[in-house]
Ligand binder design. Structure first.
Ligand code: G3P
Ligand code: MG
Length: 485
């Protein structure tokens, strides 16, 4: 069991460079440029207050959190989770282009008509801009690369296919990850059939870009091929090392490695005996558990992050480890129950570390339901509102639509959002979830949830279709659904 939780450790900032002691916060090295960092990142305390005082529960925190048991976090100690002060803006103007000129001119015509319709329905327009959605992806909009059919209609409606022709703001908030935001949004645009901008998208590791201010050399793990390396570099990490870079230097480091000649060709071997790692970042599901676990344990037990060494006091000289999310399982195209994911991998690491050292592993977990992720979501939502409606503010009525009570729903509830649980993913129950009940309700699919929320905010009669034949001049009596025959 980890040692004491005296108050001096509870609210330690990651800037605190005092040596890590059992039960204390993860120290972040290199405090010299603190002033510069403070202008670029915000440190959000781990949401863990009740838990951190209960040291006897620490090792149980690997279990799903439950509101019923009043365990609101998977972060078990007093560190902070840095997030970017403002959202990263897309480097692409668009990730989705209209297929032909005809589509484009139709949409210009619609925009003109829609603005006339909106001029005559000001109250509804205000209500439409005062609500927003945060969508989970896996189990709500898609299963892997397979669209959940109702999602396409829901997003089309929010993109303007509604009686006002207005965009109702939404963001995607997923615990998925493993590739750059640009690549994932392009892929999602194709799957969902609507344009998804990186400016309305947060994946599990997106807020972790703030850590680039703190760490120079990082081991980044998970995902397909070398994609997490590109991703970490796009976040500004200077020296990014992928496990396969290390295998290319010394394949014997992992006896049960999975390493192809193609991967060997893409790897960047260096003399890793001379390199000091500053942190370990798990961005996505491991595709080679044996190698990834071996390297993580090697570094956690090393003398200050140097491979091939073993520390005399592994706790005092341990480098920090971050996981991008904590879900235990997620829905896939598999016909049976949901499949294990990053949270299960983390539990295995924690167990190995405990068995080898006798102490609990301190670690930071980002993603839903962590407070930092929701705070970052607010920033993204505000910037997205500015982009689509020129209003830099957070709408008041936010609806989180998710399939995982222990992630989407508990996080949304704790953050004060309305929560909708759908039955197309992890949750398949009849009524509401008994541990983390959705505050707005349970729905068969995302379209039903979206319709219920829009009706609540914009009226029961709100039409989920744009009428191309509308003539606002002839029908300027508030009945914006009237058509020209
Ligand atoms: O937990 C794995 C991840 O794929 C879940 O994604 O979209 O359901 O948060 P999402
Ligand atoms: Mg999900």
């Amino acid at each position: 069991m980890t040692g004491s939780h005296d108050s001096s450790h509870r609210d330690r900032s990651p800037h605190d460079t005092r040596p890590s002691v059992a039960g204390g916060a993860i120290p972040i090295p290199g405090d010299a440029s603190r002033e510069r960092r403070e202008s670029e990142v915000v440190e959000v305390p781990a949401t863990r207050s009740q838990i951190s005082d209960a040291a006897q529960f620490m090792h149980n925190l690997s279990l799903s959190p439950s509101m019923k048991e009043r365990r609101p976090s998977r972060n078990s100690f007093g560190t902070s989770l840095p997030i970017p002060r403002s959202p990263r803006r897309s480097r692409l103007s668009s990730v989705y282009t209209a297929e032909d000129g005809r589509t484009l001119s139709a949409s210009v015509t619609r925009d003109i008509l829609a603005s006339q319709v909106q001029d005559m329905a000001k109250e509804k327009v205000q209500a439409a801009k005062n609500m927003a959605f945060a969508f989970d992806i896996d189990g709500v909009l898609a299963h892997g690369n397979e669209l959940i059919p109702e999602a396409a209609e829901a997003l089309k409606m929010l993109n303007g296919d509604n009686e006002l022709g207005i965009k109702i703001p939404y963001i995607l908030l997923t615990n998925g990850g493993g590739k750059t935001e640009e690549e994932r949004c392009a892929q999602l645009s194709n799957i969902l059939g609507v344009p998804i901008s990186t400016n309305q998208f947060i994946q599990s590791h997106t807020p972790m870009q703030a850590l680039a201010e703190y760490y120079e050399t990082v081991l980044v793990l998970g995902g397909e091929g070398f994609k997490v390396r590109d991703c970490a570099e796009s976040y500004g990490f200077k020296n990014v090392v992928h496990p396969k870079d290390i295998l290319a230097w010394d394949p014997t480091i992992s006896p049960w490695r999975n390493f192809t000649p193609e991967e060997r060709a893409q790897a960047r071997p260096r003399d890793f005996s001379k390199i000091k790692f500053d942190a370990i970042l798990v961005f996505a599901d491991s595709r080679d558990y044996a190698t990834d676990m071996q390297l993580i344990i090697d570094l956690l037990l090393s003398e200050n992050g140097r491979l091939l060494t073993r520390a005399k006091d592994p706790v005092a000289s341990r480098i920090p480890i971050y996981f991008s999310q904590g879900d235990l399982h997620f829905p896939t195209d598999h016909k049976g129950p949901p499949r294990l994911t990053q949270g299960a991998f983390r539990i295995a690491i924690e167990a190995q570390y405990k068995a080898l050292t006798g102490v609990d592993l301190e670690r930071v977990v980002y993603g839903k339901p962590e407070l930092a992720t929701y705070k970052y979501a607010d920033e993204v939502l505000k910037a997205w509102m500015e982009e689509i409606h020129n209003e830099n503010r957070i709408p008041q009525n936010i609806y989180m639509i998710g399939d995982n009570p222990a992630s989407d729903i508990i996080g949304g509830n704790m953050y004060g959002w309305n929560t909708c649980l759908v039955r197309t993913g992890v949750f398949k129950g009849e009524g509401n979830d008994p541990h983390n009940p959705a505050s707005f309700g349970v729905f068969d699919n995302v379209l039903e949830a979206v319709k219920a929320a829009v009706r609540k905010e914009l009226g029961k009669e709100f039409k989920f279709k744009w009428n191309d034949k509308i003539n606002p001049v002839l029908h300027g009596d508030g009945d914006v659904t009237a058509a020209v025959e």
